[in-house]
Write a protein of this length. Structure first.
Lengths: 311, 194
């Protein structure tokens, strides 16, 4: 009797392990449109309304726990923001004059405003989930999907109230009919071509730093770049037909938090903190553009990336 | 035991697993403490293993892990494989050692969280996902284990409350109870041959 129980237990254990390994191997070797991926997409589509409801219902609980941390951070942030506000008030006056001149000159020359968001529609979506594997990857789940016109590769910006919002947060890496996943700019696999708004407007490549995703690194900068603390970093964008950037130009991404001349000279990099508050987002805005050949290409690239290591 | 009673445990475990994953994704994962978020799913799997034994623990771990992989668009089988080990390990601990100390769930919870966190990262590395390795990552792993340890006892109590009354009788526990409450130990009992 005891031997029978032991044999049964071992057989079930072996069966479960073998099934897991078969699933793992099959899934890993499949393309994005294969049966296992389709099943997964179906499960996600069925689950997302439930998750949406649960997310709404459990928001007070999240807010309660978040309140403790937020209160501790709020005082420090308030003092920093007051300093920044005073500094910015001086700058704004100068910028307004410059903008007026700029608009007049652009009107004279007949060029567009260069914001890069023409042709994009902003679709506001609610954050309904954050995957568990935040030590290895950094993603968010939104309640908008292909039914809302969302496609793989669409840029996503943070939205909501407060000072730390309004910046780029990532791009769509997986889409189901009523939900989608955003791979954040802090994900190890993410890289964004950016421009630092210093005196020269230096270009670089932004990635998350090892072990501390919220500390972003802008790399490949010129060794003699004159970058200062609090310089704003925006998306560089690229409209080259050969390799179109995922992100339109001039979306704010971050603010320089450390610009060590020695590090700049040796490693050609500075440290940047994201403008959007990536850990406390309730809503995000997906920039959905018109269907185009380049959009299809982006979808292909995103789809392949999703197969290799999850979206 | 009627056939209706026989379905009670699987039904309750299915509901428990579903709710665990939904609550984890919709609420708990979105609250960060010192830069990491708590993960109650390995704690629930370990608790089920501790309460119900190795076989239910392994099956429950497989089901919850597969559900997590499906819901989070991860490589299927990774979390399932890890959770099988957690459920089975916790169940075997109960069957072999029958630990009675009140802090056992805490230790098991810490071990389960550590195993799930490190195991998932290792599996991702093996599958070719490039992820950073540094002292800060190690710190995050330690903080995750600490948070898991803090949550282990309440999660265990909750799981025990949910599955209470549906667990099959455990002969080992019954024997021990009989001995400690005044029954004769097997050495003192007159043997049938004597």
């Amino acid at each position: 009797m005891y031997d029978k129980q032991v044999r049964r237990r071992r057989a079930v254990l072996a069966l479960l392990v073998v099934v897991s390994l078969i699933l793992l191997t099959a899934y890993f070797g499949e393309s994005a449109g294969s049966p296992l991926h389709s099943v997964q997409r179906g499960v996600v589509a069925v689950l997302s309304p439930i998750q949406d409801g649960a997310s709404r219902a459990l928001k007070p609980v999240r807010d309660l726990f978040g309140w403790f941390g937020d209160t501790a951070r709020a005082k420090t942030e308030r003092d920093q923001l007051r300093k920044q506000r005073d500094q910015l008030l001086h700058e704004v006056a100068g910028y307004r004059v410059a903008m007026q001149e700029n608009a007049q000159l652009r009107g004279v020359l007949g060029v567009d405003d260069g914001s890069g968001l023409q042709g994009y529609q902003q679709h506001t979506a609610r954050v309904i989930g954050r995957p568990l594997d935040n030590l290895v990857s950094d993603r968010l789940q939104l309640d908008a999907g292909s039914g809302d016109g969302v496609r793989v590769g669409d840029p996503v910006i943070g939205s909501g109230s407060g000072a730390n919002t309004g910046g780029l947060i990532g791009h769509i890496s997986f889409v189901a009919p009523n939900t989608s996943f955003v791979t954040l700019i802090t994900d190890p696999s993410s890289a964004v071509s950016v421009r630092v708004l210093d005196s020269a407007g230096d270009f670089g490549l932004m990635k998350s730093s090892v072990g501390n995703p919220l500390d972003l690194l802008v790399q490949l900068l010129p060794r003699n770049a004159n970058i200062q603390l609090d310089d704003i970093v925006v998306t560089a964008g690229s409209r080259s037909s050969a390799l179109e950037s995922l992100y339109p130009p001039n979306i704010p991404v971050g603010r320089v938090t450390k610009a060590d001349p020695l590090e700049l000279d040796n490693d050609q990099q500075v440290h940047v903190s994201p403008i959007a508050d990536l850990r406390h987002l309730d809503y995000a805005q997906i920039l959905t553009g018109p269907a185009s050949a380049s959009g299809q290409q982006r979808a292909q690239v995103g789809g392949n990336a999703g197969v290799a290591g999850g979206p | 035991m009627s056939s209706r009673d026989g379905y009670q445990l699987p039904l309750r475990l299915a509901a428990l697993g579903f709710l665990t994953v939904v609550v984890q994704i919709a609420a708990i994962s979105q609250v960060t403490v010192f830069g990491v978020s708590a993960d109650i799913s390995p704690l629930v799997v370990a608790s089920v293993g501790l309460l119900a034994g190795s076989l239910p623990g392994a099956v429950f771990g497989f089901a919850v892990g597969l559900f997590v992989d499906l819901a989070l668009v991860q490589t299927l089988g990774v979390t399932a494989l890890l959770f099988i080990a957690i459920g089975y390990g916790a169940g075997r601990l109960r069957e072999l050692r029958d630990p009675a100390h009140g802090l056992v769930p805490l230790a098991v919870g810490a071990a389960a969280t550590g195993f799930a966190t490190v195991g998932f990262a290792l599996m991702q590395f093996l599958l070719g996902v490039r992820a950073p390795v540094s002292w800060l990552l190690l710190r995050d792993v330690v903080v995750t284990i600490l948070i898991g340890s803090l949550l282990a006892l309440p999660v265990y109590a909750l799981v025990r409350r949910i599955v209470q009354g549906t667990l099959p009788q455990d002969p080992r526990r019954r024997r021990r109870r009989a001995y400690t409450t005044g029954g004769l130990s097997p050495l003192q009992r007159p043997s049938a041959g004597r």
